[in-house]
Ligand binder design. Sequence first.
Ligand code: CXF
Ligand code: ZN
Length: 360
Amino acid sequence: MRAAILRGPDPMTIEQVNLDGPRACEVRVKVVACGVCHSDLHTINRAKAGALPIPVILGHEVGGIVEEVGPGVTSVKAGDHVVVAFRPNCGQCFFCLRGEGQLCERPDYPERAAAGTAPRLTQEGKPIQQGIGVAGYSEYTVMPERGVVKIRQDAPLETVCLVGCGVTTGVGAAIRTAKVEAGSTVAVIGLGGVGLNVVQGARLAGARKIIAIDTVDSKADLAAKFGATHFINAAKEDVVAQAQKIGGGCVDYAFEAIGLGATVTQAFNIVRAGGTAVVVGVVGQDVTVPGLAFLREKRLIGSFFGSATLQHDIPLYVDMYMDGKLNLDDLVSKRRPLAEVNEAFEDMKTGGVARSVMML
Ligand code: CXF
Ligand code: ZN
């Protein structure tokens, strides 16, 4: 099969790759579409720095069709339309049993381990890594059953693939992790694929004011399509002062959707006493916040994968798109063939697109 391979500093190359499986409790998925998420860019940077094994196939926001199931698989069958979840959960551990599957401590659960550790992806017998657990820039991928979620057949896979990461992460951060209440005032820092979904999650929850914050002016109109009521250009304005002014000193929630320590500090400083700052971005550094603010009962919390119960929330978000309640159409700026995967990453770096989707 064809796949885009990253071998280090050079651009990805389209090459032939062997895929083994599905083995026990695994599913082989024909990838129809795969969104281009910022986390893949982080992965590229880490691979270039020698911090990750290469060669690797990236892409983790997959909509596809089940091609074949391994022994023991019961939840999907050949021909089913699915969204892939980059982090499966075991359904049996302490966290899964209490409805916090996003914190599952055994993503490599026993049934999956039984399938063996031999690499699924190879080239002339040499292993190729499955980036962020999926390898979606590829004609097919093999995933554990619990990382493959059946959705309705009439949903366009070239759009609902985004539910595999950005939509679930962003909408879920607002409605599941933070449980934003109707009438709230919400600020969202960073209007990439995740941040725009936090904005529409806040809208769904009935927030009264939604303050969208980014350094690119063109994001103002885009954010408005997802429910933002105000926009702050962080390159030109004092973010904390402006957000507090718009919120009348009462911003209930501030979401950080970039992944920088400095913007986590901003989010924390924006919220009112008793308010909640939610870190959605992947922050690879220490964070500084004023300690005395805790006496004012300010809260700083994390959010992972939208606190999603995957088998429930992924089909739900797809249904909500089909019902017209979630806007996914304006998330997709461009669809490209796999051969243009490097161009799609260039678009993401310049910030000019919300999401590109690779069509396999
Ligand atoms: C990320 C979060 C950190 C681990 C890899 C995936 N989420 C979405 O891109
Ligand atoms: Zn992602």
